[in-house]
Design a protein around this ligand. Structure first.
Ligand code: ZN
Length: 434
């Protein structure tokens, strides 16, 4: 190629780039408004049940049709994507992430909060978001920047505007803690140490809830208990009245409240105040879980976080006997299942590497859930918990074309969700589909 023709082709590429509409998430799957794509997997998990012999038609950003091949009219111009031996499912949803954190065995949480520049944390988050999307997670609820200010606001915007690839984000900005109860801790009391969340108490909660919402929080995240006891044990922080004030202020402006709580009293106050999801819930008793089931409060158990931190602490899983904290977690998860609490799939990813979100589904099954229920948790249940059930979480006509194809049948072997063959977000192919 001569210099002149090289320059000419470069110019042509530029022209072509200029006329092709910017695809925010990747190569066009559904393509331009008119053209359609038909996906032909071995089976479809529609968010609730496994369906053999289904096809799915995508047009533009949405699912145009889904059903048995014989009953779905495939447009003559549709591009076919054959996905033999795969299961096509709704794009997975992560209900509890921290994209501004990275694995604690790389850098402790304290050092991430105190020593890492916010710009470094954002740079890492860009990679984390890409890894999350490529793992088949097309929506995440990110539950606090943990010292990285309002950085989630810009990341969410960058994804929405197609500047970086990543899942659709629901965000909480800084999250809220009661004064003196959070971390980093252990410094001379003369110093004021930056905290991993915003402190507020009493009436100031009203201002902080509104302030976080005004700066971009979709949900209000609150720490209902923390290791604030005299011996560092987990104890309730906000009073019931404070918790009610938070929920009242947030719900008045359309923000649901999500509460970190692992003590029975912290969980109970959150439920009584009107929180919509409880995170962790390790110490949940039969009574607390029955109350949650009655009030339709979902539990996001974050099984993968404890599993990871216990291994970072020296537990050799598979060799050593099961430590007491893991046994307690397995038992309390069992009590929640028995009580009929809605289980949201949220892993606390960030504690462990992003893109490994599926650990949560594997542990849910290992701790007693059926694979089909775990699949529903990460799709239709999470969509409902996030008030997005008319947009995502199922494969049905009119919903966003958020789709993931995995090799094998995850209702028989949940680990199949890791074998991602194709990812589509809002009709745009992110991975696979040639
Ligand atoms: Zn968390």
């Amino acid at each position: 190629m001569t210099l002149k023709t090289a320059a000419l082709s470069a110019a042509l590429v530029l022209v072509a780039a200029a006329v092709v509409p910017l695809s925010s998430q990747g190569r066009g799957g559904g393509g331009a408004q008119g053209s359609a794509v038909v996906l032909r997997p071995a089976r479809v998990f529609d968010g609730e049940a496994m369906r053999e012999g289904w096809v799915v038609v995508v047009r533009g950003q949405r699912i145009d049709a889904a059903g048995p091949a014989a009953s779905v009219t495939v447009p003559a111009d549709a591009r076919a994507i054959d996905l033999p031996d795969t299961t096509l499912m709704p794009g997975m949803i992560e209900a509890h992430s921290h994209v501004l954190l990275h694995a604690y065995n790389e850098t402790s949480w304290n050092d991430q909060v105190l020593k890492e520049p916010e710009s470094l944390r954002v740079a890492r988050a860009v990679n984390h978001l890409k890894a999350t999307l490529e793992a088949g997670y097309t929506t995440i609820r990110d539950l606090g920047t943990e010292g990285a200010g309002y950085a989630d606001v810009g990341l969410k915007q960058a994804i929405r505007e197609g500047i970086i690839p990543g899942p659709r984000m629901l965000i909480t900005t800084r999250a809220i803690v009661a004064t003196g109860t959070y971390a980093p801790k252990g410094f001379s009391p003369e110093w004021t140490i930056p905290q991993g969340a915003e402190e507020a108490d009493g009436q100031s909660l009203v201002r902080v809830v509104r302030d976080q919402a005004g700066r971009g929080a979709d949900w209000i995240k609150v720490y209902g208990d923390y290791r604030a006891g005299p011996n560092g044990e987990a104890m309730p922080t906000f009073s019931l009245d404070e918790m009610k004030l938070i929920v009242q202020t947030a719900s008045s402006i359309g923000r649901p409240v999500v509460v970190h709580a692992s003590t029975p009293e912290g969980m109970t106050r959150a439920v009584m105040a009107g929180a919509e999801t409880i995170e962790h819930g390790d110490g949940g008793t039969d009574d607390v879980f029955q109350l949650m089931a009655q009030r339709k409060v979902a539990l996001c158990p974050t099984l993968a976080a404890g599993d990871a931190t216990t291994q970072y602490g020296g537990w050799k899983k598979g060799t050593d006997p099961e430590p007491a904290n893991i046994r307690r977690k397995r038992e309390s998860f069992g009590r929640a299942l028995k009580a009929g609490v809605a289980i949201a799939a949220g892993s606390d990813v960030g504690v462990f590497p992003h893109g490994e979100n599926a650990r949560e589904l594997e542990l849910m099954v290992a701790y007693g859930m059926t694979p089909l229920a775990a699949l529903a948790a990460t799709t239709s249940v999470n969509a409902r918990v996030m008030h997005m059930e008319t947009q995502i979480g199922r494969i049905a006509q009119g919903l966003q074309a958020d789709l993931v194809a995995v090799a094998g049948d995850p209702s028989k072997d949940i680990a199949a969700v890791r074998r991602v063959q194709l990812v589509m977000k809002a009709g745009a192919l992110v991975r696979g589909g040639k």
